[in-house]
Design a protein around this ligand. Structure first.
Ligand SMILES: Nc1ncnc2c1ncn2[C@@H]1O[C@H](COP(=O)(O)OP(=O)(O)OP(=O)(O)O)[C@@H](O)[C@H]1O
Ligand SMILES: [Mg+2]
Length: 483
């Protein structure tokens, strides 16, 4: 039974539950108020009757001839009963309107014994008795007469009961009306208070209906927050924060998918050109196998060159993929000054058209990292300075310590980066030569590899470039610097 009421309550909407709860609560309070006021009024009225009764009994008692037969001047309905020393009712009289003679009240045996038994207690304090003969409830007091008789004087309680009954009736009507008003108003207020929940539901449903698995990458809906201090306001805010997170996660995923697609497209494009030329040479020699041996040697060199280029590209791509995966690097003490000196002397040997300069400290400048990769960083930067600047350009490589950093700067006074390229300089497959000709530079992965290696070492790389003044600055944490 209890569980069925409970489960039925649980199935009710919050709105109904709140409204029903409110009505039940108010009903309980009103019932308590009604009961208390009725009891208070009854006690007050009984007090008044008791006072009146004391005066009445005094008058009957102190009259010239205390006798039950004379109730003239007493309130209407006053009952006088004389109980003899033997404990039997000897006489009884009832006050009637003036002019009429008081008939003896028709007390039956039950009433008499009730009066007799109440009379003893009534000697001390007024008592209430119910007279079944039709006289109704009476409040009685008793006085012991010198003759040994007991004079019982009573006043009817009919008015008291009627007044209390009347009060109860009025209360029931007023309280019932109040309950209806509380129910209607309460339900309206609850509905008003919970209306924002509907908006949350609507928003959640709209978001649930979005085709998120099919490229929908933004959640336009947010719940309007009217009062952030309320519970519903807090739920709305929390939901909005969650939607914001989901939104930015989707945006990040879409951006990374976009990047990946471009990357794959660029990589395929880069591989397609050398593949096409290798295929072209192969086809040429299939069709004309007796060609000039010099032609054959030239063609084979070209094939080899294209295959090398493809091999380098694949190596670069693999390295970037490994760095993206966050694979651990080799960690050894590496002297950046030594690396820079080696790189500059390699560049000098490879290219005499540029002027090479080196500024390194006398003592070693140690960083902790992967020597092979760091050599690659230097090689990429110096090859850029060599390939993307005209002959005669002077290139200076500097290495120094700056607080916790080991700084490596490669400066050249060449024409500088094309301005439109600057923001994307470290992106993959970025290069000024959009025709992707083979004679200057490679695929555009050199600086992307520099950035990836440096960041894998916990460092930063920055670029400043104006015509005649281009500097690539790499900062790596010095050995012993906590990361
Ligand atoms: N020192 C420089 N002066 C002027 N432009 C430069 C310099 N270094 C790089 N650039 C420009 O930045 C682009 C990107 O360089 P990055 O090293 O990433 O690619 P790349 O040299 O073209 O090809 P890869 O290095 O993969 O062989 C270059 O194509 C070039 O236009
Ligand atoms: Mg390069």
């Amino acid at each position: 039974m209890r569980t069925s009421v409970r489960s039925r309550l649980e199935r009710l909407t919050i709105r109904r539950r709140l409204a029903v709860g409110l009505v039940v609560l108010v009903a309980v309070v009103l019932a308590g108020v009604g009961f208390a006021t009725a009891r208070a009024l009854e006690a007050f009225l009984l007090g008044q009757v008791d006072q009146q009764l004391a005066q009445t009994s005094d008058r009957v008692h102190l009259g010239p001839r205390p006798a039950v037969g004379d109730l003239r001047g007493q309130p209407l309905g006053t009952l006088g009963v004389l109980i003899g020393p033997a404990g039997a009712v000897e006489a009884a009289v009832l006050a009637v309107p003036a002019g009429e003679t008081s008939p003896p009240p028709s007390l039956n045996e039950a009433d008499k014994s009730e009066l007799i038994s109440a009379s003893q207690q009534a000697l001390r304090a007024p008592q209430t008795v119910d007279l079944s003969s039709g006289l109704g409830s009476y409040r009685v007091t008793a006085d012991a007469l010198p003759t040994g008789e007991i004079l019982v004087t009573g006043l009817p309680l009919e008015t008291v009961h009627k007044t209390v009954g009347r009060l109860l009736l009025v209360e029931v009507v007023v309280f019932a009306a109040a309950l209806v008003v509380v129910g209607v108003l309460g339900a309206w207020l609850v509905r008003l208070g919970l209306r924002p929940l509907d908006r949350i539901t609507v928003t959640a449903r709209r978001v649930a209906a979005l085709p998120l698995d099919r490229g929908q990458a933004s959640l336009p809906d947010r719940v309007p927050v009217e009062a952030p201090s309320t519970e519903v306001g807090q739920v709305s805010e929390a939901l909005n924060v969650m939607l914001g997170h989901v939104d930015s996660a989707f945006a990040a995923r879409a951006a990374s998918e976009q990047r990946l697609r471009r990357f794959v497209a660029d990589a395929s494009h880069e591989l397609r050109t050398p593949l096409a030329s290798i295929r072209g040479y192969a086809e040429l020699f299939r069709r004309a196998p007796t060609a000039d041996p010099d032609d054959l040697a030239r063609a084979m060199r070209r094939v080899e060159g294209e295959a090398d280029r493809m091999g380098e590209l694949v190596e670069d791509l693999l390295l970037l993929a490994r760095l993206d995966q966050g694979r651990p690097l080799e960690r050894k003490q590496v002297d950046m000054a030594l690396l820079a000196a080696d790189a500059v002397s390699d560049a000098q040997a490879a290219d005499v058209a540029h002027r090479w300069g080196l500024d390194v400290p006398a003592e070693p400048l140690l960083v902790c990292g992967d020597e092979h990769r760091l050599r690659q960083v230097l090689a990429n930067l110096l090859s850029n300075a060599r390939i993307h600047t005209p002959a005669g350009t002077s290139v200076r490589v500097g290495v120094w310590a700056e607080g916790p950093w080991a700084v490596l700067a490669v400066h050249d006074d060449g024409p500088g980066f094309p301005p439109h390229l600057m923001p994307r300089a470290f992106d993959r497959f970025t290069r000024a030569d959009t025709a992707r000709s083979r004679d200057r530079g490679g695929a555009g992965l050199g600086l992307a590899i520099v950035a990836a290696v440096v960041s894998a070492h916990g460092g930063q790389v920055t670029l400043t470039s104006v015509p005649g003044d281009t500097t690539m600055t790499v900062r790596l944490p010095r050995d012993g610097t906590p990361r």
